[in-house]
Design a protein around this ligand. Structure first.
Ligand code: ATP
Ligand code: MG
Length: 183
């Protein structure tokens, strides 16, 4: 699967609906400090099910909602939608009939997040497992935050193992085993 489109609305500095087409090959995002480059990567991580607001440079999950400026009021809702191209049919079996997958996450102040896959309401878990199974989860080493290389080098063996497991695409299996053991 490949990312093919990212749409944001009310997310951090992207207050107006914004659409980014992600072409095949390498995409570079350039711009002055503070223009929102890191916010775009965070939007991608967020729609894949990131559950830690600290990983979003926020002090609460509602902080991802546009907080207003001197001449624009704050929003009460943020939404990010990512389109995945599945023409190569590499999605997990339950989704593999679809040529494209559209995953969205929406948050309203004090009401938490709601997720959808191709228009159907799903749990956060379903979205996290979908991306974990294709090794591109929100915590995947494929998404490198500023300062993260140093963290990996200094990580304790246990933490480094989690990084390798995510890269190997077996994080989803651990989650399912854990859920099965609880039942
Ligand atoms: P750099 O080149 O310094 O890394 P950048 O392009 O990565 O910069 P970001 O960190 O993505 O920039 O964007 C920071 C901007 O986003 C700041 O101006 C900050 O005020 C704004 N911002 C972050 N969260 C919100 C929010 N909830 N509402 C409004 N603006 C926000
Ligand atoms: Mg940045």
């Amino acid at each position: 699967m490949k990312f093919s489109r990212l749409r944001l609305s009310g997310f951090k500095s992207f207050v107006e609906p914004t659409e980014l087409v992600i072409e095949r090959g390498l995409t570079g995002i350039v711009g002055p400090n503070g223009c929102g480059k890191s916010n775009l990567l965070e939007a991608l991580r967020w729609v894949m099910g990131e559950s830690s607001y600290k990983n979003m440079r926020a002090s609460g999950m509602d902080d991802v909602i546009f907080s207003g400026t001197s001449n624009r009021p704050a929003r009460n809702m943020a939404e990010v939608l990512v389109t995945m191209d599945n023409v190569e049919r590499t999605a997990p079996p339950q989704f593999n009939d679809n040529e494209t997958l559209e995953i969205s996450r929406r948050i309203e102040r004090e009401a938490g997040s709601a997720y959808r896959i191709n228009g159907r309401d799903v749990r956060a878990r379903d979205v996290q497992l979908l991306f974990a199974d294709v090794s591109t989860g929100a915590r995947s080493p494929a998404l490198v935050r500023q300062g993260q290389i140093g963290e990996i080098i200094n990580a304790k063996p246990q933490a480094r193992r989690l990084i390798l497991e995510e890269a190997a695409g077996i994080t989803g299996l651990h989650t399912r085993r854990h859920e099965a053991e609880l039942k």
